[in-house]
Design a protein around this ligand. Structure first.
Ligand code: NAP
Length: 532
């Protein structure tokens, strides 16, 4: 990969799968998936197929991945690493920007297939596309600055007694091929060319994506955009492969392949834990960066509750039901002091949630899991129903429940994530109980404080506990809407993530796919990245 920049583009779009229709001067596109894997630059049919289950529109046939497909993709990724892993930051930045351009060139078609497959509204897909391309461009500019390399230099001290010190330099180096599991709930920003892929490519690591079976067509058109960027930038095609799902053996084979050096994953606790265990059991264990479950508790402190409890309740309802509640940062639990002010908070949340209509969930499986979770909460003794609803299987409508802190503490299952628009209000009698609830929490992606100035003392008493529990703490806001930035931490203690030292959002996420190497007394010509 010698080119410092890519050919101007986007290139002519792939006429096999995309037809452009000009209607009234507006460009619209209709994407017809061919259903193949992309393995090292070739579109490969499967020995077997699986049918997609879109929320709307026609189902299509897709190649089901096999262990042989995984091996071909990983072998090609390893070969590509010998050039891509040693390419310049300029070249990798140009490649990331070219991927963003190619995604934008397919904007309408991506929104069309994405909405059909996931049931998410058009505006959401459009916003997520902007987040995806913005993320690629941010990572491109970030690696150009060079700070992420964390370059260090301890100069030689030849006169030091009793022993001289050698010249020591340290720099972060890419680790090799990375496996990425696309997330069902972010078909663009956390899937084929999403955060994990962008971070690995920025670091210098080839990527093999295991496509999510909930949106194979969206995966295909994004793979096509990456394929076009590879051609424009003269990158080894092994730098990116997409193996479609339809077969659990694909994921297992991918994480166990000896040439895979790390895994990025967003999904369920059960699925993530199974794959994490496989990574740990390998002859050469590798890091598994899994972003799993979180209930994202909100503590509403007394003065905030009394001054603006109803406003917070209505705001909570909006955050809880956004995107049918299918966000990893969905705030599923609100902790308030029992009394008339808590009643006003609950009434406002109930009223706002009552106005939210049915929303289509991402998959039948996720909808079924939502119902199971709802039945689990509703069936726990001491839980009071505040708002209930009825809807079709693939749809979600909100539910709201209330319980006491004593009951919540006595029933561990109440602290488990219900993926969807379901909220539980936990009523405490005083701050001691609020701290006991905080202490009992498992690892979280986020914890939120709603507080006024007069709540400062109570907030200070919670902070040391919450800091140990979550990757991100926030005040007077809602945790949905994760900024892609240098300071973002989207991770936390288990089970929020399987690696509390890492984030899957923001520029620090690149760090997951690097490892430090120390160069002792090596001539400068042998030490990478030590220049500007
Ligand atoms: P999932 O079932 O964990 O699947 C995620 C990915 O891992 C898919 O590609 C899946 O393959 C693969 N996979 C799962 N278990 C596997 C195993 N044992 N062996 C090999 N591969 C495996 O997650 P999901 O389908 O996206 O959603 C299901 C549940 O996950 C939701 O109800 C929710 O509770 C949770 N979820 C959490 C988050 C979050 O942000 N924390 C996000 C999304 C979902 P297939 O494509 O073949 O299924």
């Amino acid at each position: 990969m010698g080119h410092l920049s890519c050919l101007p583009g986007p290139l002519e779009l792939d006429t096999i799968s995309i037809t452009e229709i000009l209607t009234n001067g507006t460009k619209s596109m209709s994407f017809k998936p061919h259903g193949k894997h992309l393995i090292a630059g070739n579109w490969v049919a499967g020995a077997q197929n699986f049918a997609s289950s879109p929320a709307h529109g026609p189902s299509h046939e897709y190649a089901a991945g096999s262990v042989e497909d995984v091996d071909a993709a990983v072998q090609a990724a390893e070969k590509a690493f010998w050039s891509y892993g040693y390419s310049s930051r300029d070249a990798r930045a140009a490649f990331l920007n070219a991927i963003a351009d190619e995604i934008e060139a397919r904007a309408e078609a991506i929104t069309e297939i994405g909405t059909q497959e996931t049931g998410l509204p058009e505006a959401r897909l459009q916003g997520e596309r902007g987040r995806t391309t913005g993320q690629l461009r941010l990572f491109a500019s970030h690696i150009l600055q060079g700070d992420y390399l964390d370059r260090r230099h301890d100069e030689a001290l030849p006169e030091r007694a009793p022993l001289p010190r050698p010249d020591l330099k340290m720099v972060q180096r890419p680790i090799g091929p990375v496996a990425v599991f696309g997330a069902s709930n972010f078909p663009l920003a956390f899937s084929t060319a999403g955060g994990d892929t962008a971070a690995a490519l920025a670091a210098g690591c080839p990527v093999v994506v295991k496509g999510h079976s909930a949106h194979p067509g969206t995966g295909e058109i994004i793979a096509e955009a990456i394929h076009a960027a590879i051609a424009r930038c003269n990158v080894d095609p092994g730098v990116f492969s997409l193996i479609q799902g339809g077969n659990r053996a694909v994921g297992s084979a991918l994480v166990q392949h000896p040439l895979i050096k790390a895994v990025g994953f967003t999904g369920s606790l059960a699925g993530g834990r199974a794959l994490f265990d496989l990574c740990a059991q390998r002859p050469e264990p590798i890091p598994f960066f899994g972003e799993l479950g979180s209930v994202n508790p909100m503590f509403i402190l007394d003065h905030a509750l009394s001054n603006r409890g109803a406003e917070i309740g209505a705001g909570w309802a909006g955050s809880l039901s956004m995107g049918a509640g299918q966000f990893c940062t969905n705030p599923g639990i609100a902790i308030v002091k029992a009394g008339a002010e808590a009643d006003a908070f609950v009434a406002a949340a109930q009223e706002a949630l009552g106005q939210v209509g049915a929303q289509t969930m991402l998959t039948d499986g996720i909808a079924a899991a939502y119902r199971d979770g709802q039945r689990r909460i509703a069936g726990t003794s001491g839980v009071q129903e505040v708002l209930t609803s009825v809807c079709d299987l693939r749809d979600a409508t909100p539910y709201l429940y209330k319980t006491t802190a004593q009951n919540w503490l006595a029933n561990e299952a109440l602290a488990e994530e219900v993926f969807g628009p379901l909220g539980v209000v936990v009523e405490v009698t005083d701050m001691d109980e609020a701290r006991a609830v905080a202490m009992s929490l498992q690892g979280q992606l986020t914890c939120t404080l709603h507080m006024d100035d007069a709540d400062m003392g109570d907030a200070q008493s919670l902070m040391p506990i919450l800091e140990r529990k979550a990757g991100r703490l926030l005040a007077n806001g809602f945790p949905t809407g994760v900024e892609v930035a240098d300071t973002m931490v989207h991770g936390g203690p288990y089970p929020a993530s399987t690696n509390f030292g890492a984030t899957s959002v923001g520029t620090l996420s690149i760090r997951r796919f690097l490892r430090p190497v120390c160069y002792q007394n090596l001539p400068d010509a042998l030490v990478p990245e030590m220049g500007a």
